[in-house]
Design a protein around this ligand. Structure first.
Ligand SMILES: [Zn+2]
Length: 252
């Protein structure tokens, strides 16, 4: 059985890989709509990459503008560096400082709207690319939240999620970022057509938390590719302003 789903995509490595895997793999879901959210991020770059991916995969794409709703003005009071002027921290993702990137209730806002669109379009669920590397910092990426959000969407919408047995599909929930990078190689995701950097310059900075996390994950996936498949892994053609900083950051 294939479940029709509305996917939440950010233009980053995780959700882009999720889309490629859904389209090219045998995963039991059919993406009928992709939504990206403008919640007042520091830059819109990731939304351009999400659009590019959807064009490549021939998926319908829409941007939901939370920013203009005024919600993110109010959210900036949270001090989150993603929606305020607080400086984006450099260094390893697991550091305490990365907590400054939490946007209050972000996934519930996105799942709620994606769920509404899914119900309206007669789809059976919502697809989201949360992964285990996010569990420590972001409570709304953990299994408990994903299960309860699915139950809430089902409870609030008659029959929603019933056909597939779940309303929220989170295929990477127990995967690491390196697992996802490995999947990206498998489904030939053009990594340079994904955007992870929090800074939003011309190129990936290579120094912020998400750049460090991305480079570490891709490196691990490449090593596994060599070991498990006994061949050279796909190259990461992404341009990084500082391509070596991450090695120091992960060793501290
Ligand atoms: Zn960066």
């Amino acid at each position: 059985m294939t479940a029709k789903v509305v996917a939440i995509a950010s233009g980053g490595l995780d959700s882009t890989t999720m889309l490629y895997r859904a389209v090219r793999g045998d995963t039991g879901v059919e993406v009928v709509q992709v939504l990206s959210f403008n919640y007042g991020q520091r830059h819109q770059k990731e939304l351009d990459f999400a659009l590019q991916t959807c064009e490549s995969l021939h998926l319908p794409f829409s941007v939901i503008d939370l920013w203009r709703s005024g919600v993110t003005d109010l959210l900036s009071q949270s001090g989150s560096s993603l929606v305020s002027d607080t400086e984006v921290p450099e260094g390893h993702y697991s550091e305490e400082s990365m907590k400054a990137t939490v946007v209050p209730n972000r996934n519930m806002m996105m799942l709620s709207i994606a769920g509404a669109v899914a119900v309206a379009q007669g789809a059976e669920g919502v697809l989201i690319g949360v992964h285990s590397g996010d569990h420590a910092i972001y409570p709304d990426c953990r299994q408990k939240f994903i299960i309860l959000a699915g139950l809430t969407l089902s409870a609030g919408n008659e029959g929603f999620g019933k056909l597939a047995g779940q309303a929220v599909f989170a295929p990477f929930l127990f995967d690491t970022k390196a697992d996802i990078a490995f999947e990206a190689f498998k489904y030939e995701v053009p990594l340079n057509e994904t955007w992870s950097c929090y800074i939003g310059g011309e190129y990936h900075c290579g120094r912020c938390g998400t750049c460090v996390e991305r480079l570490e994950a891709i490196d691990e996936a490449q090593q596994r590719w060599r070991t498990e498949l006994d061949k050279e892994p796909p190259m990461d053609l992404t341009v990084y302003e500082d391509a070596d900083f991450w090695r120091k950051a992960v060793n501290v």
